[in-house]
Ligand binder design. Structure first.
Ligand code: DAH
Length: 342
């Protein structure tokens, strides 16, 4: 049998084909179930254990060699075939068309949504052109709160009804609560607008994900656990969180959440300004005034809310240094994310 294997190896080395049908004939001759190599494997089964030990490896090598040879014949043919047809097929582009890639903000938004979807949150969306009630008044902003100021908010029309570009996705909370009774468990991704001078660190539009959970007996501990789970899913199991007391009109108590800097691992670097921590979101227990304003009985229900900037999370994941790159649509920048998780 060893002679046979050697002869066949020589024979296969010299195989050639000019047509795809010939390659197929060769494949059938050597590699199909009734082919020469399968026949050798059949003979092999009847051999003594000693012979098997000697011949097993050469036989496998032969089979692999034949497979590779026939595949390479096929590839050569199809490469030259496409060269030929490029000259003939007038509908083909001269150079291959580059494929687009997902925008880094979309990649990260999808990842955030996936993590919360696994924890039972569903996605809710609302309009970018909003009114004062949904963006401010229903969320317990005082009538003279500075966020309503022209400096921050893009007003489209002042009177009779205020029309403005939403400054945060918290407006979607109101839209959902006005329609639905608890339990409500949603996340709301979307674009928001603020009247800021454009620079590397600020833009007049950016993206947020808002979260809201309302039911009986929802507590701050529930909020903390959900946010810890999110942080570890997003940035890795070693991630630590810390909550610092803060203020938002629509939550009481309120907090800001930091994660241990995932760039230096908490040791302190330029990104975290040497502190080892970076702020990623605001959160708190929904203020009873907000529940009542949206038609939910604050004596019966409690809830938590949180909101984060997608650009910030993306910077932490991919270290994008200049916010403007997200909206310039420079393909050299965008194509860097091709291999990233979609
Ligand atoms: N709306 C806040 C902002 O735009 C973010 C935020 C903070 C949302 C705390 C929340 C929250 O739901 O509880 O900066």
């Amino acid at each position: 049998m060893i002679d046979k294997i050697q002869t066949l190896t020589e024979e296969i080395k010299n195989l050639s084909a000019t047509l795809p049908e010939q390659v197929e004939e060769l494949r059938i001759k050597y590699l199909s179930k009734k082919g020469i190599i399968s026949a050798l494997f059949n003979d092999f089964r009847a051999l003594s254990p000693e012979e098997k030990r000697q011949l097993g490896q050469p036989l496998n090598i032969l089979k692999n060699f034949a497979t590779e040879k026939i595949n390479s014949l096929r590839e050569n043919l199809s490469a030259s075939a496409s060269d030929d047809s490029a000259a003939l097929d007038l509908s083909r582009t001269e150079t291959p068309l580059p494929l687009g890639s997902r925008h880094p903000l979309s990649i990260v938004k999808n990842e955030i949504c996936d993590i919360f979807a696994r924890m039972g949150f569903s996605i809710a969306e609302g309009p970018e052109i909003e009114d004062d009630w949904h963006v401010f008044s229903s969320l317990n902003f005082a009538a003279d709160h500075p966020a309503r100021d022209m400096q921050d908010t893009f007003f489209i029309a002042r009177n009779p009804a205020d029309v403005l570009l939403r400054t945060h996705t918290s407006s979607v909370q109101t839209r959902v609560m006005e329609k639905a009774q608890p339990p409500v468990r949603i996340i709301c991704p979307g674009r928001v607008y603020r009247n800021e001078a454009i620079s590397a660190r600020a833009h007049c539009f950016f993206h947020q994900v808002e979260g809201l959970y309302i039911d009986r007996n929802v507590s701050f501990a529930d909020l903390k656990q959900v946010l810890l789970t999110f942080a570890r899913e997003m940035f890795g199991p070693q991630t630590q969180i810390r909550l610092r007391p803060s203020y938002f009109p629509f939550t009481e108590p309120s907090a800001e959440m930091d994660i241990s800097c995932n760039i230096c691992g908490g040791k302190g670097c330029a990104f975290c300004k040497g502190t080892g921590w970076v702020e990623i979101l605001g959160c708190g227990m929904v203020d009873p005034n907000v529940l009542d304003a949206c038609g939910i009985d604050s004596k019966e229900y409690t809830g938590y809310a949180f909101g984060m900037g997608i650009e910030r999370i993306t910077n932490l994941k991919y270290r994008v240094k200049d916010l403007r790159m997200f909206s310039e649509n420079d393909v050299r920048f965008l194509s860097e994310f091709e291999a990233a998780k979609r």
